[in-house]
Write a protein that binds this ligand. Sequence first.
Ligand SMILES: [Zn+2]
Ligand SMILES: [Zn+2]
Length: 206
Amino acid sequence: MPNSRRTPAAGLDPRGPLVLDTRTLPRRPGSARTETRTVPAPADLHTGLAGIPEGSDLRLDITLESVTEGVLATVTAVAPVTGECARCLEPVSQMIEVRCQELFSYEQGAGDADEDGYALDGDLLDLEPMLRDALVLALPLAPLCRQDCPGLCAECGALLAQAGPEHGHESAIDPRWAGLRQRMTHGEQAPGPAPEIREESGRGRP
Ligand SMILES: [Zn+2]
Ligand SMILES: [Zn+2]
C-alpha cells in the first residue's frame, strides 16, 4: 500500500488522482496553471466524531505557480463530512471548505531527508499529504445537528428535540424513594447477603 508522507519513497504513480504532472508548467517564475478536478476522497480522513467518507467527492480548485525554488501549490478543497452530533448522537452531514498552500521544492541536494517540506518527485507532485493535513484539521471536533441542539435527557436519554420542552422528571421520583435510590447509586454494593434496607412504610416482605 503506497503510504507517501512528506518524502515520496517509491516514486509517485502519475495516474494517482492527487498526483499532478508539472511538465506543462514552465519552470519560469511567474508561470501559473489552474485546474479543477473532482477526486475520490482517500481513506482515513476522520477524527473522533466526524469524517470524510472514503470515495466521496472531493472538489479541488488547484493553482500551480512556478517560483524560484519550486512549485507553489494552492488548493481549495470542498468535501462532505458525516458524523454524529456531539450532543444527541444523531447523524450529521455538512460540507467543509479548506484552503491550503505548500511549496514543492525542486529536487533538493543530499542531506535533505529530514527537510520538513514537500518536494517534487521529478515532474510530479503529490497533493495528498498536504490535503490530508488540511482536511483533518478542518473537521469539526464537536459536530452539531443544529446549533441549538438540546441534546439528550440526562435522566432517560430521550432526544429532547423530539420529546418537547415539557419533558422532565422532577415529579417522577417519589420522595420516599429518593433516599433508597441514592444509596443504590452511591452506596457500596455488598455482594452476598442481601443488604439491609429498611422500609419505613413497613410494606411487606413476603
Ligand atoms: Zn443534535
Ligand atoms: Zn427524560
